[in-house]
Ligand binder design. Structure first.
Ligand code: TXD
Length: 320
């Protein structure tokens, strides 16, 4: 039985998600947007590329939530992206209102889907989505860590001249300037990053520059694009999560997931390694962090908590 993925938001990331999913023949696609014609136009354009790319996936565009019924996966990018000079947090007020609408649409039309949230400020928006929709926390997850980890791996690969598929890493914590690249869980061609510093393969200063560039990876692209933010790498990251669910791959992926006591945190969404399979977020992995990583993780969690406090002030419904 062909699977169904509904994409709420047919903008830069939504359109790229639709194309990637169609090319991989991962599922049939429903592309939804409130902007008149946008979803229909992009869906028709991608569908017409099947004559060249040869994929056999159905893809439709709509602005009617009823079309998302019985989706296996829903990926949300509805919202506004940053403009130069804006922080991810500046988007909070606008995107909270949008995610409340989206939550209603999902609760009414497809409450049993696995929902991947991409809209920024990610950690708080995914938390708000879960509270508004009341879907199970194992079925609502945020995409950020895979993107941040991919950026970190790319910069390391360029600096160390090592093929990127020989680098494994985990960037945890909030999707913002306090994100936490984990040194001991970053392995380059079989060696930990800490070992590479010891062997003087990379200086601590260069490493700091790479970490800073990873934290500001989104802003760097916004500066170039001026009218929008990154979308190819975010879309690829969202597909990674959807594929692990649909094919029950049980991949360990850094995602914004609900913590219910893990890492001594309860009731918050934070970027941690999770196993994604047919039952959604099947497990939160508690990995060993060194003192510095523990401290940075704590700072990152505090930043998420503070922003969620601001969200509660904007919408008291989030305090229920
Ligand atoms: O790692 C991450 N999580 C981030 C997320 C990486 C990059 C971008 N990040 C955020 O994703 C970004 O800050 C935005 O909040 C979202 C979507 O970014 P995108 O670049 O796709 O934005 P677009 O191109 O503006 O698309 C957003 C679409 C647009 O077509 C609007 O018409 C639509 O969202 N939109 C809505 N759709 C459905 N329902 C409602 N209410 C709605 N409002 C706007």
């Amino acid at each position: 039985m062909k699977k169904k993925i509904s994409l709420i938001g047919a903008g830069q990331i939504g359109g790229t998600l639709a194309h990637l999913i169609a090319l991989k023949e991962l599922a049939d696609v429903v592309l939804f947007d409130v902007a008149e014609g946008l979803a229909k136009g992009k869906a028709l354009d991608i569908a017409q590329s099947s004559g060249v790319s040869g994929f056999n996936s159905s893809i439709i565009g709509t602005n009617n939530y009823e079309d998302i019924k019985n989706s296996d996966v829903i990926i949300i990018t509805a919202g506004v992206p940053r403009k130069p000079g804006m922080s991810r947090d500046d988007l909070l007020g606008i995107n909270l209102k949008i995610i409340k609408q989206v939550a209603e649409g999902i609760k009414t039309n497809s409450p049993n889907s696995f929902v991947i949230c991409i809209t920024n400020p990610l950690d708080v928006i995914v938390m708000a989505l879960q509270k508004y929709s009341k879907l199970s926390t194992s079925n609502i997850v945020g995409m950020a860590g895979i993107l941040d980890t991919s950026r970190f791996k790319y910069f390391l690969s360029q600096e160390l001249k090592v093929p990127i598929n020989k680098i494994n890493s985990l960037v945890l914590g909030g999707h913002g300037d306090t994100m936490v690249p984990t040194f001991n869980h970053t392995i380059v061609d079989g060696k930990s990053l800490s070992q590479l510093v010891k062997d003087k393969k990379i200086s601590a200063e260069k490493l700091d520059t790479i970490i800073d560039r990873t934290r500001k990876g989104g802003a760097e692209i916004v500066k170039f694009l001026k009218t929008g933010s990154a979308f190819y790498a975010p879309a690829a990251s969202g597909v990674e999560m959807a594929e692990s669910y649909i094919k029950n791959l049980k991949k360990t992926l850094p995602c914004a997931a609900y913590l219910n006591g893990e890492y001594n945190i309860k009731g918050l969404y934070v970027g941690v390694p999770v196993v994604i399979g047919k039952n959604g977020v099947e497990k939160v992995l508690e990995i060993e962090l060194n003192e510095e990583e523990k401290n940075n993780f704590k700072i990152s969690v505090q930043a998420v908590e503070e922003l969620f406090e601001s969200a509660r002030k904007i919408d008291p419904d989030l305090s229920n």
